[in-house]
Design a protein around this ligand. Structure first.
Ligand code: SLL
Length: 265
């Protein structure tokens, strides 16, 4: 049965930095990678669990949700194709596959256990699946008296999925996406002219974000995420400005060619 932990805090933040995703087998497939660039996907994963109070029975004392979300609640479906949550074998069909963002799963149960979260990336990301682990926590550590049905127990971990030398395809597709943080300047890559097919479209089709999530009031704050969000916003402003200048330059160049007297005449 579920155990009651003792300790100081029920809401806990855990930190980690995910190691470089190695990709030996993909190197053989001649994936073109962007040198001197790192793409980072800041994520938060964890569980929020509510005690069911009067509705509780022996096998269903809590209702909980496990999830992995963008650290700033942006849609991480830009990089992640599918997430598999592996539950305790006491659950029916303990392997739960979530095919699109938001990547989450809600269940009822009675006990705490380790959930494995396997992340599969889109094929153009060209990275192997990555596994994270989260310990489902149902019981608050610091409260002696009866639990409240209103205040859940929340445990979240902040992590960064780092794509060092990302694939060119992924870089070009996701470099302006708000869920992604870019560091470095690409070398040896001729960027296509702005087509309008980047930034603007993301905002229209990002329904996998968790900004208006039903549970968002319980999401914890992670200072790293806030800092990265500021950096991303600044970078995007600069990007937009560059795009605008590029368009103007293009127009001017076209106009210059048109006005240039033909050498033969
Ligand atoms: C414990 N080692 O003893 C853990 C195992 C398993 C929890 C916890 C199943 C719910 C259901 C469920 O909650 N299992 O049958 O629908 O605390």
């Amino acid at each position: 049965m579920g155990k009651k932990n003792s300790g100081d805090q029920s809401d806990r933040i855990q930190r980690g930095k995910t190691a470089r995703l190695t990709d030996d087998h993909e190197k053989k497939n001649q994936i073109r990678r962007v040198k001197d660039v790192e793409m980072t996907l800041p994520v938060v994963y964890g569980t929020i669990s509510f005690w069911l109070g009067k509705k509780a029975d022996e096998y269903h004392s809590h209702k909980w949700t496990v999830y992995i979300r963008g650290a700033t609640n942006e849609d991480i479906g830009v990089a992640i194709k599918r997430v598999v949550f592996q539950l305790h074998p006491s659950f029916n069909n303990p392997t739960r596959v979530v095919e699109s963002a938001p990547f989450e799963l809600t269940e009822t149960g009675w006990g705490e256990f380790e959930i494995s979260i396997t992340i599969f990336f889109h094929s153009d990301v060209a990275e192997k699946p990555q596994e994270l682990y989260h310990h489902l926590k149902l019981y608050p550590e610091d409260e002696a008296g009866p639990q409240s049905i209103k205040k859940p127990v929340v445990v979240e971990s902040y992590d960064e999925i780092v794509f060092t030398e990302p694939s060119e395809a992924f870089y070009l597709r996701a470099r302006n996406h708000p869920a992604v943080v870019i560091t470095g300047t690409p070398t040896g890559l001729s960027l296509p002219a702005p087509s309008g097919a980047t930034n603007e479209n993301f905002s229209e089709k990002k329904r996998g974000d968790t900004k208006d999530h039903l549970l968002s009031q319980w999401f914890l704050r992670h200072s790293e995420a806030d800092e990265l969000a500021q950096l991303t916003a600044a970078r995007q402003q600069v990007q937009n400005h560059i795009m605008k200048l590029r368009r103007q330059l293009n127009l001017l160049e076209t106009e210059a060619i048109r006005l240039k007297p033909n050498s033969g005449q």
